[in-house]
Design a protein around this ligand. Structure first.
Ligand code: ADP
Length: 158
């Protein structure tokens, strides 16, 4: 019976697209690159409590990296010298840069696992700039989101 449930979980991951389970960009707590790291920012970061925080430049759909909540520990916030960009560049955490929103959850799960990324940035083609084909972020997905999806499927089946 548990084998059946695992099979169902896998099947549902193959059928579902990552856009159906991602955290939408509008709900993502993220930081602007040029933001100076001061005490207020550190408090905000801890208030949200997320381990990983995407970093964007100019617009929110232009995610260029991420910082970890731990990066803010032991940082001299008085000097006003440190920006989100300097933290991002210093630690240079790995993440999945281009997860297409219509990829299946199954493929994304394998990709994240294989590359050992915990978080991926979900993107779509940006049709507004025709001569310069680009992608824009539409959300984020973590291993947690996919595992949750798999487990939920099992619980519904009970
Ligand atoms: P954490 O380790 O920070 O608790 P998880 O990877 O366990 O994060 O993910 C838990 C949920 O929080 C997932 O739904 C994920 O998409 C979401 N999430 C992770 N980071 C952020 C963030 N910076 N802003 C908004 N949601 C996030």
């Amino acid at each position: 019976e548990s084998e059946k449930n695992i099979m169902r979980g896998v099947l549902s991951l193959k059928m579902k697209k990552v856009r159906d389970i991602m955290t939408n960009l509008i709900d993502v707590f993220m930081l602007e690159t040029d933001r100076v790291v001061d005490d207020e920012l550190v408090l905000t970061v801890h208030g949200y409590g997320y381990s990983r925080i995407p970093v964007y430049e100019n617009q929110r759909d232009n995610i260029i990296g991420l910082v970890n909540i731990r990066d803010f520990a032991l940082l001299d916030t008085e000097s006003g010298k440190f920006t989100v960009r300097s933290l991002m560049n210093f630690y240079n955490h790995r993440y999945g840069k281009v997860i297409m929103s219509d990829d299946s959850c199954y493929d994304v799960f394998n990709k994240l696992k294989k590359e050992q990324y915990h978080m991926g940035v979900v993107v779509e083609h940006d049709n507004s700039s025709e001569k310069d084909p680009k992608v824009k972020a539409v959300g984020i997905v973590t291993l947690e989101d996919i595992i949750e999806e798999m487990i939920q499927e099992e619980i519904i089946d009970e």
